[in-house]
Design a protein around this ligand. Structure first.
Ligand SMILES: Nc1ncnc2c1ncn2[C@@H]1O[C@H](COP(=O)(O)OP(=O)(O)OP(=O)(O)O)[C@@H](O)[C@H]1O
Ligand SMILES: [Mg+2]
Length: 355
C-alpha cells in the first residue's frame, strides 16, 4: 500500500531551480535511496519531506493525509541531518531522549528507550558522555539513535554515515538495514555512495539536476540503466559506439567493432547509431586471439578481492574487473583477448547517452 507520496515536488531558490519535478510513491516499510552527485537536489528534497523547506510546487502525503503545509514537529518523522547537529550542552542520553521528552514519554520508559537506541547503534555505555567527547563516527551514530528513539513511521537520513570509516560504514549499512526491516520504518536515505544505496535500498532513485532520472530495484538500476549518466553514476562502465544493422521482434544485431552482437532491441531502429555499455566485471580476459576483440594491457591494479585492468583495444580503453581467484592476470604490455556475453551489453540511443 502506498504510504508516502511525493507529487510533482519542485523547489526554486530565486531564479535557481534546485528540485525540478519529483514524483514518487513509496510503500509502507519501504527503503528508498535518493542517489546522485553533489548539488543535484537530494537534501532539498529530503528537507521538503521533513517540512524544513517549503515546496514551490507539488504535494506531499503520508498515509492518505496531505502534509505539505504541516510544520516539521507535527510530521513525526525521525531525521538525521547531513550535519547531524547534536545539542552540545546535552549528554548523549539527553540528546537521544530529547524527542521523547517533547512527546512526554515518562522518565522510566525514556530511560529504557534511550538504552535500546544506544544498543541499536552499538554505543551502549556512552550515554553519559557529551558530543565533544565522541569521535565523528560515534556522533553520527548518536544522531541515528536520536532519530530512531521516537519510533517514527518515517525515517529520513541525509548522508548519515559519511564520517564513518569504510569498515564500520559497511557494517552499519547491514545493521541499519536490519533495524529498518525489523521496525518496519518507511525510510528515505540521501547518499552519493553507490555501495550504500545498493546495500540498503528496496529501490534507488538516481537523481541528476533536480530530477529523478531512474527509479528501480538496486539490480534494475545497476543492470538496466536508462542513460549514460545513470550507468556511470551507479558503478563503473565501459562505453563504445555501435550501430543497429537489423532487428527482429526479440533482438537486434549491433555492429560493435568487427563483431556483430545480438542484443535485446528495446525499440532501437535500424540504421541508428547507438552507444553500447558494458560493466567491467562482465568482460573477461582470454588468451589473445580467442576473445571478441584483442588488446594490450595498459594498467593492472590489485584491489584485494579483484583485479582491475585497463586494456587498449579497437573499441577504446576497456576497463576489466576480474575476481581474484588466486591466479595473476596478464601484466602491463601483454597482449590479451577480451570476451563478453552479448546479453550483458546495454544499448542506448545516442541521445539517452547525454541524459
Ligand atoms: N537555501 C538555498 N538557497 C539557494 N540555493 C540553495 C539553497 N539550498 C540549496 N541550494 C542549491 O540547490 C542545489 C541543490 O542543493 P542540495 O543541498 O539539495 O544538494 P545535494 O544533492 O544535497 O548535494 P550534496 O551531495 O552536496 O549534499 C545546490 O545547487 C544548492 O546550491
Ligand atoms: Mg546534501
Amino acid at each position: 500500500m502506498t504510504f508516502l507520496i511525493l507529487d510533482s515536488l519542485a523547489k526554486r531558490f530565486g531564479d535557481f531551480t534546485a528540485v525540478e519535478n519529483i514524483s514518487v510513491e513509496i510503500e509502507r516499510g519501504e527503503f528508498v535511496s535518493l542517489l546522485g552527485p553533489s548539488g543535484c537536489g537530494k537534501t532539498t528534497t529530503l528537507q521538503m519531506i521533513a517540512g524544513f523547506v517549503e515546496p514551490t510546487r507539488g504535494k506531499i502525503a503520508v498515509d492518505g493525509k496531505d502534509i505539505t503545509t504541516l510544520p516539521p514537529e507535527k510530521r513525526g518523522m525521525g531525521i538525521v541531518f547531513q550535519s547531524y547537529a547534536l545539542f552540545p550542552h546535552m549528554t548523549v542520553g539527553q540528546n537521544i531522549g530529547f524527542g521523547l521528552e517533547m512527546r512526554r514519554v515518562p522518565a522510566a520508559d525514556r530511560k529504557k528507550r534511550i538504552e535500546e537506541a544506544l544498543d541499536l547503534v552499538r554505543l551502549s555505555g556512552l550515554g553519559k558522555r557529551y558530543p565533544r567527547e565522541l569521535s565523528g563516527g560515534q556522533r553520527q551514530r548518536v544522531a541515528i539513535a536520536r532519530a530512531l528513539a521516537i519510533r517514527p513511521e518515517v525515517l529520513l537520513l541525509d548522508e548519515p554515515m559519511s564520517n564513518l570509516d569504510a569498515k564500520l560504514r559497511e557494517e552499519m549499512h547491514i545493521e541499519l538495514r536490519g533495524i529498518q526491516r525489523q521496525l518496519g520504518i518507511t525510510t528515505i536515505l540521501v547518499t552519493h555512495d553507490q555501495a550504500e544505496a545498493l546495500t540498503m535500498s528496496d529501490r534507488i532513485a538516481v537523481m541528476h539536476g533536480g530530477r529523478i532520472v531512474q527509479i528501480g530495484s538496486p539490480i534494475e538500476a545497476y543492470e538496466r540503466p536508462v542513460s549514460a549518466f545513470a550507468s556511470g553514476f551507479l558503478g563503473k562502465i565501459n562505453a563504445f559506439a555501435g550501430s543497429v544493422l537489423r532487428k527482429n521482434p526479440r533482438c537486434c544485431e549491433i555492429q560493435v567493432g568487427d563483431r556483430i552482437a545480438m542484443v535485446p532491441h528495446e525499440g532501437r531502429e535500424v540504421g541508428n547509431n547507438v552507444n553500447v555499455y558494458v560493466r567491467p566485471e562482465k568482460l573477461q580476459i582470454m588468451p589473445v586471439g580467442t576473445g571478441h576483440v584483442n588488446g594490450t594491457v595498459k594498467t593492472r591494479v590489485f584491489l584485494g578481492s579483484n583485479w582491475m585492468l585497463e586494456v587498449e583495444s579497437p573499441l577504446g580503453l576497456l576497463r576489466v574487473s576480474q575476481p581474484n581467484l588466486g591466479g595473476i592476470p596478464p601484466g602491463e604490455g601483454e597482449q590479451v583477448g577480451i570476451t563478453w556475453q552479448d546479453d550483458d551489453l546495454r544499448v542506448l540511443a545516442v541521445e539517452a547517452s547525454h541524459g
